[in-house]
Design a protein around this ligand. Structure first.
Ligand code: SF4
Length: 217
């Protein structure tokens, strides 16, 4: 087996602006996936909303399951015994044009950016991919932003007990999204100001309620 090749994740600040926008607006992520289908082969449940009419019409009914804890109409697409999404055929998404919003907005670079998925996940397909992404830093702003994002993720992981119960999600992706939302707090506030600032930021964040009222990949 040859050496593991790095993958160009792009300039950090550009990626962060675009990811932050995607979280607020639920916009499609522009990820240079190439031939990679790791996220389609990683035993993940894909959430589908009731308004995703074309997506729901493209997926056989027997593959749709009610999403636990959510109102009627919110569904999950599961995976087969190999961990593959049943809509993945010949290593391609067979419903690409109508794939769920969850798939359109997923960007595994969020784990590289936050450091939340690390070498411990080496056996995991997404974990392997995540270790290959390399961001570039054109100015000090890029470096400071990345440092703030990683500090936010670390702080949330290490100080969960300081927040209201359930505030810090156990799910790695939701935790990474939370770190992206609150990173500005780690650019300019003192340690004692951080917790109230984080809570205030979340209360006023447009995308938070939508994202966190639903299961995510
Ligand atoms: S629906 Fe398509 S893009 Fe989404 S996980 Fe399945 S195969 Fe991948």
């Amino acid at each position: 087996m040859g050496p593991i090749q790095d993958l160009d994740a792009g300039r950090f600040s550009s990626w962060l602006y675009s990811m932050s926008e995607s979280i607020i607006e639920n916009k499609e992520a522009c990820v240079p996936c190439g031939e990679c289908t790791a996220c389609c082969r990683s035993s993940l449940f894909v959430h589908i909303r009731p308004e995703e009419i074309n997506t729901l019409a493209s997926i056989p009914k027997e593959l749709q399951f009610p999403a636990p804890g959510l109102p009627k109409g919110y569904l999950l697409l599961g995976y087969d015994s190999s961990g593959n999404c049943p809509m993945l055929m010949q290593n391609k998404c067979s419903i690409y044009e109508n794939r769920p919003i969850t798939c359109r907005t997923f960007d595994c670079r969020i784990f590289s950016a936050t450091g939340i998925m690390d070498a411990a996940d080496d056996k995991d397909l997404i974990g392997k991919k995540v270790q290959r992404w390399r961001f570039s830093y054109e100015t000090k702003t890029d470096i400071d932003m990345h440092s703030a994002v990683q500090s936010a993720a670390k702080f949330l992981c290490e100080h969960q007990e300081l927040f209201p119960a359930g505030f810090v999600p156990p799910n790695k992706l939701k935790l990474a999204v939370l770190a992206i939302i609150v990173y500005p707090v780690f650019l300019g506030f003192s340690a004692s100001q951080r917790i109230p600032q984080i809570i205030n930021l979340i209360k006023t964040h447009k995308g938070w309620k939508v994202l966190f009222s639903q299961p995510y990949k």
